[in-house]
Design a protein around this ligand. Structure first.
Ligand SMILES: *[C@@H]1O[C@H](CO)[C@@H](O)[C@H](O)[C@H]1NC(C)=O
Ligand SMILES: *[C@@H]1O[C@H](CO)[C@@H](O)[C@H](O)[C@H]1NC(C)=O
Ligand SMILES: *[C@@H]1O[C@H](CO)[C@@H](O)[C@H](O)[C@H]1NC(C)=O
Ligand SMILES: *[C@@H]1O[C@H](CO)[C@@H](O)[C@H](O)[C@H]1NC(C)=O
Length: 185
């Protein structure tokens, strides 16, 4: 009988420890050398086709009763755009830009960009970067923050520089060059 007491005590202590660990709310640990941060630079072209045969984005909302200096204020698009190696529509696909952009200025063509860049090429296949930024589309170069990432881009932070390569005023087709710099683990 007496031999069972240590066993019972052991299992009580052990199970108590176990239940504490399994319900742990938080834990802090130092960042170690093996978690060295890496810097990655990406260069690609964003192809947005808001209408026509190979359409990749569509208006999903329009203001009901707003009179702003900018006629486009409030118009919002959902996009599943191609990210390609080059500016040609036949250039190699490296990812897709999936998300929302909307006209957020009452005066000018300024977009709110809420986008995930989902990559499909090489070691980046399945990884993504999240962009949340202000895009004054008629500025020569626009800078947008990269607020996070997944896969190889876990814990990413950085910035994207965007420059219009071509814009067709009649079809709305835009090709935009992107340089993205991120730091990640
Ligand atoms: C649509 O895409 C196809 C296949 O890539 C291409 O042959 C065609 O020229 C494109 N059409 C337009 C209007 O861009
Ligand atoms: C839009 O504005 C007009 C004129 O001010 C008004 O008569 C109408 O009720 C408004 N419609 C909505 C949906 O707010
Ligand atoms: C990317 O990954 C998907 C899913 O694992 C796979 O089907 C696809 O062939 C891969 N693409 C490339 C270009 O490696
Ligand atoms: C991207 O980087 C290349 C090479 O440094 C440069 O020629 C190009 O102008 C840059 N474009 C943008 C949008 O920053």
């Amino acid at each position: 009988m007496a031999t069972f007491i240590p066993f019972i005590l052991y299992s009580v202590v052990f199970s108590t420890c176990f239940s504490v660990i399994s319900s742990k709310f938080s834990e802090q640990s130092p960042i170690t050398m093996k978690d060295m941060e890496k810097k990655t630079s990406l260069h690609f072209y964003f192809h947005d086709i808001p209408g026509g045969k190979n359409q990749t984005s569509t208006a999903i909302a329009r203001p009901i009763n707003m009179t702003a200096a900018s006629k486009s204020f409030g118009i919002t698009f959902m996009a599943d755009d191609m990210l390609r190696e080059g500016p040609e529509p036949t250039s190699k696909l490296v990812g897709r830009a999936q998300g929302i952009y909307g006209f957020a200025s009452q005066q000018n063509a300024v977009l709110l960009m809420v986008m995930n860049f989902a990559f499909v090429d090489g070691i980046y296949n399945g990884s993504s970067l999240s962009i949340l930024g202000r895009n004054a589309v008629f500025d020569n170069v626009r800078e947008m923050p990269v607020v996070g990432g997944s896969g190889v881009f876990r814990l990413a932070r950085g910035y994207a520089l965007a420059k219009t390569f071509s814009f067709n005023l009649y079809t709305g087709v835009a090709v935009v060059e992107y340089n993205v710099s991120v730091v990640h683990f």
